[in-house]
Design a protein around this ligand. Structure first.
Ligand code: BTN
Length: 246
């Protein structure tokens, strides 16, 4: 088993990391925890999820032994909230690159791709007490050695172990991921983080369709929205959705 809770706790002695063999979703645990006083940087890790969730209500597949399912508790200021997704995607890009893998980038808003295929998704979910933000659960799923052959996803998804060409250790990956999250956390709400995320976006300059709008993905706003210029020259600002390439 390459998930070693004791080694994770030794690597980060100043924070609590809760590790499970099997959960419904690490997000549920992280959201409860952050709402009840869990501190910035604490993390929930699971080997397997039974009800892992992705964006837009989709199911996220996390079979045992083959993936990362991590939710990190963050306590951003309210104006840092739109950048939480950026932080997660950027940290994953750098974790993947630490294995010597090339051609890594971000498909807007938060899919991490290698050579055009998805290796990871990010799901930020905020916890509120009335109008007060109590924290965020930053959920990250990474395909480490998920076998997509013969599945519907075989052309669109990929795992990082075959891309690295050698076995990878999931504990090492989580250590790198949490280190990169720590690094970028200090820049939440700043142009430093925004610029780094924008520089890794693959979507700018592509002809896309999103929410019924066809056009050229022209730029992103500081809060992460995508600006699309349609064929009549009109700009559309889109905050969420699934991009298709035209
Ligand atoms: C996406 O749709 O691309 C986002 C997927 C996010 C999956 C991760 S796995 C860890 C955490 N727990 C969940 O239930 N979802 C996120």
């Amino acid at each position: 088993m390459d998930l070693d809770p004791a080694r994770l706790r030794t690597a980060f002695p100043e924070r609590e990391i809760r590790c499970f063999d099997q959960v419904d979703s690490t997000q549920d645990i992280a959201l409860d925890w952050v709402a009840s006083g869990g501190q910035h940087g604490c993390a929930v890790v699971a080997d397997e999820q039974l009800k892992g969730r992705g964006r837009q209500g989709r199911f996220w597949h996390t079979p045992p032994g083959v993936a990362l399912a991590v939710s990190v508790l963050l306590k951003p200021a309210r104006d840092g909230l739109p950048q939480v997704t950026m932080l997660g995607a950027l940290a994953i890009v750098e974790m993947v690159e630490s294995l010597g893998i090339d051609d890594v980038g971000i498909k807007w808003p938060n899919d991490v791709l290698v050579a055009g295929r998805k290796v990871s998704g990010v799901l930020p979910e905020a916890s509120w007490d009335g109008d007060t933000l109590t924290g965020v659960a930053l959920g990250m799923g990474v395909n480490v050695r998920v076998d997509f052959s013969g599945s519907d996803l075989s052309q669109s998804a990929v795992s990082i172990e075959p891309l690295a060409g050698h076995s990878v250790n999931r504990t090492d990956l989580i250590v790198t991921l949490l280190e990169r999250i720590d690094y970028w956390s200090q820049y939440l709400g700043t142009f430093v983080l925004f610029n780094a995320w924008r520089d890794r976006l693959l979507t700018i300059g592509q002809a896309v369709t999103i929410q019924g709008v066809d056009g050229l993905a022209e730029s992103v706003t500081r809060d992460g929205a995508l600006v699309i210029r349609d064929d009549d020259g009109q700009a559309h600002t889109v905050y969420a959705g699934e991009i298709e390439l035209r």
